[in-house]
Design a protein around this ligand. Structure first.
Ligand code: IMP
Length: 477
């Protein structure tokens, strides 16, 4: 079966992460956007997210505009939905990037109701932003939290306010005392925003009613999730979360739909290892609390770790290149010391932030987390990156936790619980290169066994196994 078979009779797809973000949603949203969708839409978050879009054979990192924009000239619509928070200079910069690559954006639609990340939000996030090592949650510092805070407090500035100077001025005056640590001059702020406002004006719409029209017309709609369920304000490991609900429900509502209208909600699960960026509990983390604090410190970027472990690497066009299967790395992933093993897996899987180079914390895939995600986002699962673990002698999956002497299989987001559980693992025999496999039955038997055990434990159904970054490197079940 191919990906196309999965799409028969489907009008709406959502690509949603079932962990803490960075699970490789991009590969699937790119595929559906380029081969299938008439409309791609984002419903949550802002420029805390990042995805690489390959345009004219160049890799560009976009933070706001969905990957589908590269199909604009084919008449595909791209929506920045009502649930998003938009930083105008960042959006304008992304439009510049599109201009420089001669990618059109005639069918870009920006919700009149989306919230704006104002300059005082970014300042607040930077000033108040406690770095992770000082006990903060490790926010991206882009003003996401303050902007959503204003939205909930019903004093937020939304896109349509940009086109009524008096109202905008009154609203900014109203928040002045909330941001008393800053000097807020409404006129100055408005003047600085006006060039951006004028630039986006032609694209501003009531995107909810546009979306409803697209649905009535039978257009094929792709929702691109941002972040991940465990970072959701509603369902994530609060307070170590982002400020939007990036579940399937939140993503659908962020574009004016109900989750019930999504025919193919795909929950992405990194497997058999997973990652987390920023602070917060992560029960299956290699090296536990010491890894959490190590990753929060400066000086552990990709190049730092390569240097530290004596792994040959070079810089080509500003990018670090190294052999992900370097014998030293393979030795590390098979190390008896969990902390070292975690760094080895980070190196072999390239788990560093795309923009910052920040190391992502690594651990075995946690079935309890996945079971919880299935309960919220539904049973259809896509497993990503198992190919990265080629060369590991064994791998493990977490099925249940030991907590206060009992074995529990239900997730609870309470920090006191998650910090004190001992994951219960099942080990499986490792495997070699699987990137050439295209049929489920040809996957190594230990991996298939692990997938089937994982399905029984979580109640999920694995529809796709990704065996490499390329589109063709995909096994559809
Ligand atoms: P904020 O969204 O910038 O407020 O950050 C809140 C938390 O979410 C921090 O732990 C971030 O590291 C994390 N976070 C935000 N966006 C992403 C993402 O796209 N991938 C992974 N983690 C993210």
């Amino acid at each position: 079966m191919g990906l196309d078979d999965l799409l028969k009779g489907v009008q709406t797809i959502a690509v949603i992460c079932n962990q803490w973000g960075d699970t490789g949603k991009g590969k699937f949203s790119d595929y559906f956007a380029s081969q299938w969708a008439d409309v791609t839409a984002r419903g949550t978050g802002g420029n805390n997210a990042g995805h690489t879009v390959v345009v004219n054979r160049k890799e560009k990192i976009f933070h706001l505009i969905p990957a589908g924009i590269s199909n604009d000239s084919n008449g595909q619509f791209t929506i920045l939905g009502n649930g998003m928070v938009i930083d105008l200079p960042v959006l304008s910069h992304e439009l510049d990037e599109l201009d420089s690559e001669e990618i059109t954006y005639n069918n870009l639609l920006i919700s009149k109701d989306a919230s704006i990340i104002m300059p005082y939000h970014v300042n607040r996030d930077k000033v108040k932003h406690q770095s992770q090592k000082d006990g903060g949650i490790g926010s991206t510092g882009r003003g996401i939290g303050p902007s959503y805070t204003d939205k909930v407090a019903r004093r937020g500035i939304i896109i349509e306010d940009l086109f009524d100077r008096d109202r905008l001025s009154r609203k900014i005056e109203k928040v002045r005392e909330v941001y008393s640590e800053q000097t807020i001059n409404a006129d100055e702020i408005i003047d600085s925003l006006m060039p951006f406002a004028n630039r986006i004006k032609p694209f501003v719409r009531d995107t909810v009613s546009e979306m409803h029209r697209f649905m009535r017309e039978g257009k094929k709609v792709l929702l691109e999730g941002a972040q991940g369920l465990l970072l959701s304000i509603e369902h994530g490991t609060y307070p170590y979360v982002t400020s939007s609900d990036c579940s399937l429900n939140g993503t659908a509502s962020g574009v004016g739909l109900s989750a019930k209208m999504i025919d193919l909600p795909l929950g992405i699960v990194k497997f058999p290892f997973m990652t987390r960026v920023g602070a917060g509990p992560f029960p299956t983390e290699f090296g536990g609390r010491s890894s959490e604090s190590y990753c929060a410190e400066e000086g552990h970027t990709n190049s730092d770790e390569l240097k530290h472990y004596g792994i040959t690497h070079r810089i080509v066009n500003g990018k670090i290149r190294y052999d992900r299967n370097d014998p030293k790395i393979i030795e590390m992933i098979n190390s008896g010391d969990e902390f070292t093993q975690g760094i080895g897996i980070r190196l072999t899987a390239g788990e560093y932030g795309a923009t910052t180079g920040r190391p992502r914390r690594t651990g075995w895939t946690d079935g309890v987390v996945a079971r919880y995600a299935v309960g919220i986002n539904g049973p259809l699962l896509v497993l990503t990156k198992p190919d990265s673990l080629a060369g590991a002698k064994e791998f493990k999956l977490g099925y249940g936790y030991k907590f206060e002497g009992r074995v529990v299989d239900a997730f609870s987001k309470s920090e006191g619980f998650l910090r004190n559980v001992t994951p219960q693992y099942q080990s499986y025999e490792g495997y070699g290169d699987i990137s050439k496999v295209r049929h489920y039955d040809n996957l190594p038997s230990s991996l298939r066994q692990a997938i089937e055990d994982f399905e029984s434990f979580t109640g999920g159904r694995v529809a796709i196994v990704s065996v490499g970054a390329d589109r063709e490197e995909t096994v559809v079940r």
